[in-house]
Design a protein around this ligand. Sequence first.
Ligand code: C2E
Ligand code: MG
Ligand code: MG
Length: 516
Amino acid sequence: MSAADDITNKIEAFKVGGADYITKPFHIEEVLARIQNQLAMIEAQQTICQLNAQLEGRVKERTKQLETANSQLSKLAFRDPLTWLPNRALLMQRLQEALNQRQINPDNQFAVLYLDCDRFKPVNDSLGHQAGDELLIAISERLNSVLRQEDCLSRLGGDEFVILLGKLEDSRYATQVADRIINSFALPFRLRGKDIFISFSIGIVLECSDYWDPEEVLRDADTAMYQAKALGKDQYQIFEPSMYQAVCHRLQLETDLRQAIQRQELALYYQPIVELATGNIVGVEALIRWHHPTQGLIPPDRFIPIAEETGFILKLGHWALREACGHLSYWQDQGIVGSSFSVSVNVSACQFAQPDFVKQLDEILAETHLDPQCLKLEITETVIMQDTPSVADNISNLQERSIQLSIDDFGTGYSSLSYLHSFSVENLKIDRSFINRLHKKKNNFGLVTAIVQIGKAMKMNLIAEGIETSEQLAHLKFLGCQFGQGYLFSKPLPSQEMITLLATTLPKHWETSEPS
Ligand code: C2E
Ligand code: MG
Ligand code: MG
């Protein structure tokens, strides 16, 4: 408080630390008001300080929480949450490290084992996913028990595991591990009161010196694993470059096949079905052929399995049915064959199991104006053994339309006789492998006699496949087999050549005497 009320004095007073400045003469109200203001300011400052301290505390706490969450997240990012084994991301890191180590020193060898359970899905399907999870944990523990500390077992997901064997001094160690795994899984797992047997198909990449990219190592181990599966499962295969070429080749074939219909590379060939007693051609079997633009003629055995695996068989099978019905209808219109002449078309299991299969047939028959009685469908025993509602429905719907069924390759599948009772199947085709053996031992007709008797007892027509010699023909006639097809009569022919054959009289050498 001062009598000096010059502005420079006031500034001076504030400079030396004065909080306020009152000039004389003073009024007590003013002094009190100014003191009040000062006190309010001090209180406000204290509150700000407290708030700041609280805020800092909270920030520290949150930072700590974030750090914990982050470290948990990064663990999760590299671990499989079920088994807590390293996951794909961590495996890739380890593989990259192994590749780097090998570059530094070529003696740092490693090997990779790619494992896939052979029958895991049925466990999940029958015991439920929780039991499946428990089993996966038990599997990972058993796998770990055959490994060294420095080996890295990881789970890629599902029932796929990968083992990285580092610091390999002897490459034989990799196959020893594979053997140990196979042996240790010979014992069952006990789950929900049941014994569960698990086996593995294992692909091994042993020679890692040509690799730069971990993805490529894994890809090749996977390829070798598929080879092990294809060769019958429960075994290991060591990767060879030819396996990769085969995969690429197959993939190319798969792609080409998808375009084959559109590019008109597919054709149906026809093989005559002959009534053995008269030598008359009573029908034909349609057999698909693929004229590949670079690989030439590819037989169905090489591309039908690919079509079945990829699902393309549905389109391909539909095409074959339409083509065969169209051809026969045309031959009948042209008077080349009579109205009882039939065409047999092979139908794959998944094609037959389609709920709208009969509807598709109805449309094809309507479009091609073919009498349903002239169409026969060749299915394998597997189809009937599927025993699903749509298969059963399809069979009875076919019966209503008088479309006949033939069991193809009879004797090579389940040969379960019960289904012959349950379903109405008109024709039984005896597989070529039985006819093959007919000539080898004279008067030893082997299983053919039994099959012919089954067919007769069931009032089915018997068709022998693959008759190549007149001796076989004579035996079959003697046994009472009514129909047959095979190279002795004719190889499968393109439709134009088939027309020519149908127009000519049959060769004399078909007629043979009965065997003594
Ligand atoms: P499949 O239905 O059992 O056909 C008989 C196979 O035996 C045909 O082989 C035929 O050419 C061959 N064959 C006939 N007579 C003789 C003989 O005297 N000696 C020998 N060694 N072989 C004979 P192809 O044409 O290679 O067909 C193989 C298989 O491919 C067929 O067996 C059938 O299962 C399948 N297939 C053919 N066309 C189709 C089709 O359009 N759809 C489906 N799903 N499968 C088809
Ligand atoms: Mg057939
Ligand atoms: Mg057959």
